[in-house]
Design a protein around this ligand. Structure first.
Ligand code: NAP
Length: 248
């Protein structure tokens, strides 16, 4: 059975939802975990304790992924505490939905800053460390709307499509350094992000899912675990949809 014992994994936006599930999954596989969060909250302390109870180390580090400086510090502090960055999961994301004709400039910019530039910032500062280590796994959380588009999500789908292009370019640049870079594209996953949608939108979406159920955060975490483990060592530059067949 493969494990992540002794590895260090950073998960951005790990305080809740998919990020939290990924943090717990990688911890169960033996990795020491850096929980990145943006807003301070008691739930982060609880998560540190929950992960430590699994027999690995956990450290919570505050950083806004849209800040170049914050993400530089995130990587620096991780090295100070754990000495390596073996796995980087770029999960932090936001939505500011609205139809194109009414979308405010700041709502477009904000989503690009967090969801796309945030991924660049983290990769930019983690990759020199991974290059020095001569190994690393970068896993970016995109979305199926970055592939298929979605009315009302011009900003979000552009950012998520950008992540796919970035994944493939960085995969090509870092392959010779034994660093793999892949993306996971979730469909409709039940979290705070999707709880905010109306029942009508949920019902319409369910009808487009061949497996006839919404995904769970654990469905996504399982695929991230596969990409973090040596099982996927010969896979780079790919996007794996976790969407019950919604986009194929
Ligand atoms: P969520 O429950 O809203 O959680 C998002 C997390 O990202 C929160 O912990 C949030 O922290 C953090 N975050 C937001 N802005 C940040 C920033 N600037 N710096 C650092 N952390 C930040 O969302 P989720 O559903 O778990 O989504 C996780 C990822 O999956 C996102 O990239 C999302 O786009 C993607 N995804 C989700 C779905 C879905 O159906 N749920 C589908 C496709 C893709 P704060 O609480 O401090 O803001």
């Amino acid at each position: 059975m493969e494990s992540l014992k002794g590895k260090t994994a950073i998960i951005t936006g790990a305080g809740r939802g998919i990020g939290k599930s990924i943090a717990l999954k990688l911890a169960k596989l033996g990795a020491n975990i850096v929980i990145n969060y943006r807003s301070d909250s008691k739930s982060i302390e609880d998560l540190v304790k929950e992960i430590e109870a699994l027999g690995v180390e956990a450290k919570a580090i505050q950083a806004d992924v849209s800040s170049f400086e914050d993400t530089k510090n995130l990587m620096k502090k991780t090295i100070e505490v754990f000495g390596s960055i073996d796995i980087l999961v770029n999960n932090a994301g936001i939505t500011k939905d609205g139809l194109l004709l009414r979308m405010k400039e700041e709502d477009f910019d904000k989503v690009i800053e967090v969801n796309l530039k945030g991924v660049f910032n983290c990769i930019r500062h983690a990759s020199p460390i991974m290059v020095k280590q001569k190994c690393g796994k970068i896993i970016n959380i995109s979305s199926v709307v970055g592939i298929a588009g979605n009315a009302g999500q011009v900003n979000y789908s552009a950012a998520k499509a950008g992540i796919i292009g970035m994944t493939k370019s960085v995969a090509r640049e870092l392959a010779s350094r034994n660093i793999t870079v892949n993306a996971v594209a979730p469909g409709f996953i039940q979290t705070n992000m999707t709880d905010a949608l109306t029942d009508k939108v949920k019902e319409t979406t369910l009808n487009t899912i061949p497996l006839k159920r919404f995904g769970s955060a654990e469905d996504v975490a399982n695929v991230v675990a596969f990409l973090a483990l040596p099982y996927s060592d010969y896979i780079t530059g790919h996007v794996i949809n976790v969407d019950g067949g919604m986009v194929m």
